[in-house]
Design a protein around this ligand. Structure first.
Ligand code: FAD
Length: 516
């Protein structure tokens, strides 16, 4: 039986993998995690997808167990500011799209357009976020959603199995370093051997499989399966095993970021329960409100902007609160390993692949990868089909997200700088070009979006297309012949529910101050 796992790297990827494997296999698995005492983790990665709750559930953790320890908050949406024009914003919320007589409500919205805000007309969450509210009441109950929280039949499913069954209304935002610390404790308490040392060499046998890693002070460490969580360095998968890296730079040119962790009095400031992506002259700035600080950073393309100018713009954006905070400049490697599982090595996290964090997908990639590792854990046969299927599913997730991100730039109306003008002439994946043609006549549905699981349903594509404003969308011709009464009732029901919620939900800060 194979059961010895060596994880190299102790960032978010390393510790999420270690804790998940322990939760999945308990004492039947033997996990060693070695992380450098000198090379730090990337230090960013604080906003997530709503599916992340399945990770914590799988570990048996409740919000009250881990959220206070990680200064965590709720994220109900990504808020896009200035992508259409300065002063404009819209939300991409975690809220299932309603459907009326077989047509998504956004399709009816295009036909009837009660107001010019599709996100407020079609989703209740947009107004809840605008008002800075919590999706939970002070007694802890969740706003009513069309699903049963914690229902038995939902337990133990992977994210891809959940898709379409539920849409949980929020994700989390947390301090990455605190989460790694929390998961370290969780993992070590469950038997993970933790070694702080530098891996100096990765040793291969004569078949080209990893036979062990040599550390500076702890000698050789060997196992059956090696998990590369060394971040952009990709020490095992790309350096030792020489697996090629497929760059996405031709379609996603942002390759740099500068980040600031800005302490703030959140009681005074209040908490917007969302991650904001504010378009800038050569990229965009993220704003992630946590309990006690705001995480912020400028993602940009160095062909258009120098690191010094990016940092200056970011500091101006944040204001005096950032004066004494030091900046973290990060060079981003955008793309993926051709294969993430090669021989007896699986890469998880930044070593496997990364796209800019516009839709907070990095931790989602990690979560998806470790679900698949646990599901496809090998035995002595090392059946190559497992690797083929695993690699296919990882490639699909990343390639799908790449398409979705490219769509943001293609669909953004903004064209006021060279950076934004170039987004309209740059090559895009052929498959996306075909889809865009289709979406001009029919709004995206499950038949016309990227066909493999990649974490995003059709409504996410609709939000981006309708919100970015650079592509004219038309309603389905059939709606001109259809009775609009049911759609009008649905729009009215959303207005009613929005009013009810905004009058009764507590402020997000108030909720956390009481509960955490
Ligand atoms: P790292 O954090 O880089 O960890 C690498 C580990 O490897 C470290 O522990 C290091 O010590 C160890 N190591 C390296 N070399 C050696 C060696 N020789 N020997 C031993 N150990 C070694 N994701 C999201 O989901 N949401 C976001 O909002 C988001 N924002 C991001 C913003 C930016 C600018 C970037 C770059 C990424 C963002 N991500 C985001 C992605 C997210 O940060 C990563 O997916 C996540 O942090 C995982 O990183 P990692 O563990 O793979 O690598």
């Amino acid at each position: 039986m194979l059961n010895k796992v060596v994880i190299v790297g102790g960032g978010t990827a390393g510790w999420m993998t270690a804790s998940y494997l322990k939760a999945a296999f308990g004492d039947r698995i033997n996990v060693t995690l070695v992380e450098s005492g000198h090379v730090g983790a990337v230090g960013v990665g604080e906003a997530t997808f709503s599916d992340i709750r399945h990770f914590f559930e799988f570990l048996g953790l409740k919000e009250k167990d881990w959220m206070p320890a990680c200064n965590a908050t709720y994220k109900l949406a990504v808020r896009f500011e200035n992508w259409r024009e300065k002063g404009h914003y819209f939300y991409h919320p975690f809220e299932q799209m309603r459907s009326v007589n077989g047509f998504p409500l956004t399709d009816w919205w295009l036909q009837q357009g009660p107001t010019d805000r599709f996100d407020k007309d079609c989703f209740v969450m947009s107004s809840v976020i605008d008002a800075g509210l919590s999706p939970r009441r002070l007694d802890g109950t969740l706003i009513d959603q069309p699903f049963d929280e914690g229902a038995d039949e939902m337990q133990g499913l992977t994210m891809s199995e959940h898709q379409g069954k539920t849409q949980f209304p929020y994700a989390y935002q947390f301090e990455a370093a605190l989460l790694a610390k929390y998961l370290t404790k969780y993992s070590v308490e469950r038997g993970v051997k933790h070694i702080i040392d530098d891996v100096k060499q990765v040793n291969l046998d004569d078949r080209g499989w990893i036979s062990g890693v040599t550390t500076a002070e702890h000698g050789d460490i060997s196992g059956d399966l090696y998990i590369d969580c060394t971040g952009f360095r990709a020490l095992l998968i790309n350096k030792a095993l020489d697996e090629p890296f497929i760059s996405y730079a031709d379609t996603l040119p942002n390759d740099s970021a500068v980040a600031l962790q800005v302490p703030m009095d959140m009681e005074k400031r209040g908490i917007m329960p969302c991650t904001t992506a504010t378009a800038q002259d050569a990229g965009w700035i993220w704003t992630i409100p946590l309990m006690g600080r705001v995480g912020t950073g400028y993602v940009y393309a160095k062909d258009y902007l120098s690191p010094e100018d990016a940092e200056r713009t970011l500091r101006e954006f944040v204001g005096p609160a950032a004066a004494d905070v030091s900046a973290n400049h990060i060079k981003m490697r955008i793309g993926r390993s051709r294969n993430s599982w090669v021989n007896n090595c699986v890469a998880v996290g930044l070593s496997s692949g990364f796209v800019e964090p516009l839709e907070s997908t990095g931790i989602f990639f990690i979560h998806h990868a470790i679900e698949q590792i646990a599901k496809n854990f090998p035995n002595e046969d090392w059946n190559p089909n497992q690797r083929v299927l695993y690699n296919r599913s990882i490639a699909h997730v990343m390639d799908g997200i790449r398409e979705f991100l490219v769509l943001h730039y293609v669909a953004a109306k903004r064209q006021d700088t060279q950076y934004w003008r170039d987004t309209k002439t740059r090559a895009i994946p052929d498959s996306l070009a075909e889809r865009l043609e289709m979406w001009k006549t029919q709004v995206p549905d499950s038949e016309s979006i990227f066909p493999y699981y990649h974490g995003l349903p059709a409504y996410s594509y609709m939000c981006v297309l309708l919100g970015m404003g650079g592509i004219e969308m038309k309603p389905s011709p059939a709606l001109a012949l259809s009775d609009p009464a049911a759609a009008e009732r649905e729009f009215a029901a959303i207005r009613d529910k929005t009013r009810r919620l905004t009058e009764t939900l507590p402020k997000a800060y108030e909720y956390f101050a009481q509960h955490h």
